[in-house]
Design a protein around this ligand. Structure first.
Ligand SMILES: *Cc1c(COP(=O)(O)O)cnc(C)c1O
Length: 376
């Protein structure tokens, strides 16, 4: 049994994937070929946003809108510690400071009440350092849609407006999810998604996209993606990166997009079967009314996590832990000075959470074997 079964997916779509790749080989436009624009148009339509700018990874898809907002030294960017390193490393990469805000224990996403408090604390200048004696300037928020479930954007966007901050939606796991009638990718000033192979919509390499309704932000991101280009490639008007998506990866994504809607429904069915079967054995994922998860991961909480994971492993059932150590306790961020206990909800989640096999092609037989093993 696979945790994410990409081979089964390929079996179902190999014909279209090979045809799409062959077209790219035949036309030979490997960089920014016609599939790039076609994909961007289709992704924008899918998410209901005005602009989609594809790029080289989900990480760059967060980096680019930060760069477009001129984030740099002395800026505080508020985010969750219960996420993948990429969400926060790009903040530090630009010389800005991640300010961690603990999560809601039921959704595992950033807690709006704690976000409001964290912004106020920075504004009250509680963290002056030798480098920034006047304290940090609150500049933006990166909310993460963990496991595919959107964060609470009505609350987050309202807090951002009060303090004139921008909001980036890290939708690396949530493309295809929904929040109060809007698609993930359309919930903040800009969104970043990832096409890493194991994500709900994955390619066969690295890839990502920035989504936004803001015309000028889209222009700047498009320029930053190609070395800060102006009128043409050799007219450079700002410092950018080499952040393009390969044409071949766009071709693969176009093939996968054809079945993506159906796959999202299959993920819903897998999640529903798990929740029905496991609701009395472990804490199953909470999806608040008006939300729809893209089910990148199906994660459960149990005080008996270690025992359960060992039993599942002996039965040949793979599991994974997202995330075994929250970012505020990672060595890479030790200079920020957080200590154990400072983000209690995230720390507790790290200790008690684990994820079960989740993909659209998981058979009901395999699922029932997983459920039975946990209940036993
Ligand atoms: C995967 C992921 C990223 C980074 O995406 P890459 O394409 O691997 O660079 C960022 N944030 C979250 C929450 C992710 O899960």
């Amino acid at each position: 049994m696979q945790f994410v079964d990409l081979a089964k997916q390929l079996e179902a779509i190999r014909g279209t994937v090979e045809k799409r790749i062959k077209t790219v080989l035949d036309h030979g436009n490997f960089i920014l070929g016609p599939e790039i624009k076609e994909l961007e148009k289709k992704l924008a339509a899918f998410a209901g946003v005005k602009h989609c700018i594809s790029c080289s990874s989900g990480t760059d898809a967060i980096l680019l809108p930060l760069m477009a907002n001129n984030v740099g030294p002395g800026h505080a960017i508020f985010t969750t510690p219960f996420t993948f390193i990429a969400t926060a490393e790009v903040i530090s990469l630009l010389g800005a400071t991640p300010v961690y805000v603990d999560i809601d224990p039921d959704t595992f996403n950033i807690d709006p009440a704690k976000l409001r408090q964290a912004i106020q604390d920075i504004k009250n200048n509680k963290k002056p350092t030798p480098q920034f004696p006047d304290g940090l300037l609150p500049k933006g928020i990166i909310a993460v849609d963990l496991f595919g479930l959107p964060a609470d954007y009505d609350a987050i966007n309202a807090i951002a407006r009060e303090h004139a901050l921008f909001v980036i939606e890290d939708a690396a796991q949530s493309f295809g999810g929904m929040y109060k009638g809007k698609m993930a990718g359309n919930l903040a000033d800009a969104a970043a998604t990832s096409f890493f192979p194991a994500k709900p919509l994955g390619c066969y390499g690295d890839g990502g996209a920035v989504l936004t309704n803001n015309d000028s932000l889209a222009d700047v991101v498009e320029s930053l993606r190609v070395h800060g280009k102006g009128q043409h490639k050799y007219d450079n008007i700002r410092i950018g990166i080499n952040g393009r998506l390969d044409t071949i990866q766009a071709a693969i994504l176009l093939a996968k997009l054809e079945v993506f809607g159906k796959e999202l429904e299959q993920r819903q069915e897998v999640a529903a079967r798990y929740s029905e079967g496991l609701k009395n054995a472990v804490k199953v994922p909470h999806v608040p009314p008006g939300y729809k998860s893209a089910w990148a991961q199906y994660s459960v909480v149990s005080e008996r996590k270690k025992e359960l994971m060992t039993r599942l492993q002996s039965a040949g059932i793979p599991t994974a832990v997202y995330y075994p150590r929250p970012l505020h306790l990672q060595t890479a961020f030790s200079s920020l000075g957080y200590t154990e206990g400072s983000m209690a909800v995230s720390e507790k989640a790290s200790d008690t959470i684990f994820s079960l096999p989740m993909h659209p092609y998981l058979s009901t037989q395999d699922q029932d074997r997983i459920i039975d093993c946990i209940i036993k």
